[in-house]
Ligand binder design. Structure first.
Ligand code: NAP
Length: 247
């Protein structure tokens, strides 16, 4: 019987796999049997050690989205059939003071690199007539406005939109394109919020689950979306947020 949730025999590339949510996703995909290419602008040795310790398989790849086109050649002949667009950054300032540099940097990594990395992945699969799965990491700020993070909010709304257009264009090729929108997860991305006692308390009070999320809370949904169990799901943006958006 087909194991609906197994990723055995699959090859996955996870961007930003050295830390935080990306690291947890890489470890989870490897735990489900995928060979995971852990991409980062620095080495992913800790992630690879964690994968190996659990009996999984993976390899490292340097990929820096300071050049949003950096992944243009990485899929060619590489047999990769799962792409997780996880790398992302955030810059905080009042909108009236927000700089062009903070706009460009965030939009380049969070949206432009996501589109052109996914384009390179799609071209390779479509060219070879092979199926595959894309999962991008969106955000609650794919649905809500947030405060003091205009380029982040714009970029994550963009990720939701790109998920839908690519799902439309590639469903006929057997490529599913979905996104996961994490709630408030304790990583470097949210350190400034957790360091601010007032914001931290206000956020925690609003989370029905009563706790901040951990990176490990996200990997299972990503693995599901890459698996045979989710073969008829495409164009979805799934929130994994301890109930935040239901509130
Ligand atoms: P994180 O710990 O800061 O991880 C971000 C990852 O992106 C790191 O691996 C980072 O590499 C990588 N990255 C940043 N700039 C890059 C570049 N130019 N090229 C290649 N990689 C780059 O934060 P995280 O929370 O795990 O974030 C992962 C994703 O989840 C992001 O897309 C973020 O927007 C999203 N997200 C997070 C939350 C949350 O509450 N934490 C909520 C919703 C969505 P370095 O280690 O080298 O910086």
């Amino acid at each position: 019987m087909t194991d609906l949730f197994s990723l055995a025999g699959r090859r996955a590339l996870v961007t930003g796999a050295n830390a935080g949510i990306g690291r947890a996703i890489a470890v989870t995909l490897a735990g489900q049997g995928a060979h995971v290419i852990c991409a980062g602008r620095r080495d992913c040795d800790e992630t690879l050690a964690e994968i190996a310790a659990a009996g999984g398989a993976g390899e490292g790849l340097r990929l820096d989205f300071a050049d949003p086109m950096a992944a243009r050649d990485v899929f060619s002949g590489a047999g990769i059939d799962i792409l997780v667009n996880n790398a992302g950054i955030i810059r905080r300032a009042d909108s009236v003071d927000f700089t062009e540099a903070d706009w460009d940097e965030v939009v380049d990594v969070n949206m432009k690199a996501v589109f052109f990395t996914t384009q390179a992945f799609g071209r390779e699969l479509i060219g070879r007539g092979r199926p595959g799965a894309v999962v991008s990491i969106a955000s609650l700020l794919s649905f809500q406005g947030g405060i003091r993070v205009p380029s982040y909010t714009a970029s994550k709304h963009g990720v939701a939109g790109l998920t839908k257009i690519l799902a439309n264009e590639w469903a006929a090729h057997g490529i599913t394109v979905n996104a996961v929108a994490p709630g408030y997860i304790a990583t470097a991305n949210t350190e400034a919020l957790r360091d601010d006692p007032e914001r931290s308390r206000a956020i925690l009070e609003r989370i029905p689950a009563g706790r901040w999320g951990a990176p490990e809370d996200i990997g299972g949904t990503v693995a599901f979306l890459c698996s045979h169990a989710a073969r008829y799901m495409t164009g979805a943006v799934i929130n994994v947020d301890g109930g935040w958006l239901a509130r």
